[in-house]
Design a protein around this ligand. Structure first.
Ligand code: SDX
Length: 405
């Protein structure tokens, strides 16, 4: 199949057809407006591809997710987040030398300029950490003016992946009135984050290896996901040749929404609400089905996955394992599993192919690590950052046209 025919006002138009590596078919309408003065209309972009990309593949019917061809299940089990970040950014898993160099860069760039600490003093203590993160990431561009030029991408990519942990943990420490904790060069990526989050000057802090392993896996599971709302935002802003920090800051803002990455915070708040309401989860499933009620079962449904989100499957198992290893009995996990069971047997959810998504279980793991609910979407941002950067780099490497629907 090399062309698709469109008949409009008695005229026929032959439109080129592109085929992806897994046989996906796309009709290229790039020249339709020039030939026919007509455009296509697709609110919410339910049937629109914005670009051709080599980074990520999802099969929503089969519950397949691959980063550069590697199944998410393999990467979650066998890799760590820094390796996966390199894979997304540069197309192959790093060799030993590349990995050591990249780890070194992420250590070297983990601090922020001392003057940036003053920015935190201006935020109110109850400022949402996503507001702080997006503001601080955009502000990084003021310390690296060379980021306006095209030949510092790799250094700025390493800066962002390194510093996002520091900015996130500073936002948390500021919110609880504790002194900011500097990164420790001897610690690997995830361990350094946990150290900056939870270490206090007055006592020794040792990273729990169970939490470090769970955090690595959580970050891997969130690392990329094709042209989702926030990644499309990063591409949109990057297409204007805005600098890398401005583009990522825009992605953070898009992710914040409760229909997107903000859902992990909304799921925990929903589970706590059901618990405080006596735990009657069936009542809330009924409300979610009532169009007039406006309540949605957060963490359920997905634009692409129409059977199951492979990430949710992995996270569900992880929840049970990590809570057992940490000897935590979290009643919210039982409420979540009851909700999932009832919903998956209910015609409303089955007919609309609404299954638990990545956000449904992730919050229970973050909570087990002692991470506060309003930091959950910040955790999602730390995980998704390499994916955003990989798409930004791909768009800039191919010298893409400016996006203007
Ligand atoms: C993420 O795109 C990505 O890849 C995102 C993500 C990533 O990794 O980047 O996977 C991360 O954002 C996961 C999604 C997190 N969001 C939520 O959990 C919020 C709750 N879910 C929804 O709001 C919704 O399912 C979306 C936003 C996820 C998908 O929205 P769509 O594809 O536009 O679907 P829709 O809103 O048109 O819903 C279709 C039908 C509607 O009913 P009808 O009008 O057909 O009668 O399903 C219903 C909706 O009312 N529906 C729900 C529901 N989700 C959809 N009903 C109750 N509860 C829900 N959660």
């Amino acid at each position: 199949m090399t062309t698709a025919s469109l008949s409009l006002d008695g005229k026929n138009y032959e439109l080129p057809v592109v085929t992806g590596t897994e046989g996906e078919v796309g009709v290229d309408i790039g020249k339709l407006r020039a030939q026919s003065a007509a455009i296509t209309l697709d609110p919410g972009f339910t049937s629109t591809g914005a670009c051709e990309s080599k980074i990520c593949f999802i099969d929503g019917e089969k519950g397949i997710l691959r980063y550069r061809g590697y199944p998410i299940e393999q990467l979650a089990e066998k890799s760590d987040f820094v390796e996966v970040a390199w894979l997304l950014l540069y197309g192959e898993l790093p060799n030993a030398e590349e990995l050591a160099k990249f780890r070194g860069q992420l250590t070297y760039h983990s601090m922020i300029h001392e003057d940036m600490k003053k920015f935190f003093e201006g935020f109110p203590n109850n400022a949402h950490p996503m507001a702080i993160l997006s503001a601080m990431v955009a502000s990084l561009s003021t310390y690296y003016p060379e980021s306006e030029t095209e030949d510092h991408h790799d250094e700025n990519i390493a800066r962002l992946i390194a510093k996002v942990r520091t900015l996130a943990t500073y936002a948390y420490k500021k919110s609880i009135g504790q002194p900011l904790t500097y990164p420790q060069n001897k610690l690997p990526y995830a361990e350094n984050f946990l150290h900056m989050m939870f270490a206090v000057p007055c006592e020794e802090y040792t990273v729990n290896p169970v939490m470090a392993k769970a955090l690595n896996m959580l970050l891997i599971l969130h690392a990329d996901h094709e042209q989702n709302c926030s990644t499309s935002t990063v591409r949109m802003v990057g297409s204007s040749r805005a600098n890398i920090f401005a583009s990522i800051s825009a992605g953070i803002c898009a992710l914040w929404g409760p229909l997107h990455g903000g859902a992990n915070q909304a799921v925990l708040e929903m589970l706590e609400m059901i618990q405080n309401d006596g735990g009657d989860y069936k009542k809330w499933v009924k409300k979610a089905k009532d169009k007039d009620d406006g309540f949605r079962l957060m963490g359920f449904g997905h634009r692409v996955y129409k059977n199951f989100d492979p990430r949710a499957t992995i996270l569900r198992t992880m929840c049970e394992e990590v809570l057992a290893e940490l000897h935590i009995d979290d009643p919210l996990l039982q409420i979540a599993e009851n909700l999932e069971k009832v919903a998956l047997e209910d015609e409303y959810f089955v007919s609309r192919k609404l299954y638990p998504n990545v956000d449904f279980y992730s919050g229970i793991l973050y909570r087990a690590m002692g991470i506060p609910t309003n930091m959950f979407t910040v955790m999602f941002s730390i995980g998704r950052l390499p994916g955003w950067l990989a798409h930004w780099k791909e768009l800039r490497d191919e010298d893409s046209r400016i996006y203007r629907p």
